[in-house]
Ligand binder design. Structure first.
Ligand code: 5GP
Ligand code: ZN
Length: 142
């Protein structure tokens, strides 16, 4: 399965070059061309799946396993103090390439990057009602 207009499918096919760091039968990991920090890499399935919901869960496990292996090597090679795993799903979440991928971003104590700010619930009742609604959604209860 692949998408002719997809830049990551072209990378998998070898039509666009990449700096590969890790590969299995189903997974490819390579350096992001616009790194947040040097060593920032992507882990992608070789087959074209759009996002986390499109992705078969077995392949999700392989992606996570590749992230552990490649992430460990990135941290050791760059001397990073930490590692962020980020997956953007849909445009509103910052997804620009619609071929599922996990970002591996090495982090350094003094890299100056900030996490998103946090919000708050109006009340504990609001949080409880929302948690119950989501739980019912998962269980398929109206
Ligand atoms: P998204 O915003 O979709 O989660 O992230 C897409 C990422 O792909 C971006 O961080 C961007 O720098 C990276 N990217 C886009 N085109 C290419 C490319 O041709 N080669 C590589 N190595 N990375 C790319
Ligand atoms: Zn693709």
């Amino acid at each position: 399965m692949n998408d002719q207009d997809c830049i990551f499918c072209k990378i998998v096919a070898g039509d666009i070059p990449c700096f590969k760091i890790y590969e299995t039968d189903h997974i490819l990991s390579f350096l992001d061309i616009g790194p947040v920090n040097k060593g920032h890499a992507l882990v992608i399935p070789k087959a074209h799946y759009k996002n986390i919901w499109d992705l078969p869960s077995d392949l999700g496990k392989e992606i996570l396993s590749a992230a552990q292996i490649a992430g460990d090597a990135i941290v050791k090679t760059t001397g990073a103090d930490g590692l962020n795993l980020i997956m953007n799903n849909h445009k509103a979440a910052g997804q620009l390439v619609f071929h599922a991928h996990l970002h591996l971003i090495p982090r350094f104590e003094e890299d100056g990057l900030k996490h998103w700010g946090q919000n708050e619930y109006d009340s504990m009742d609001e949080a409880l009602a929302l948690a119950q609604k989501i739980d019912k959604m998962i269980k398929g209860i109206d």
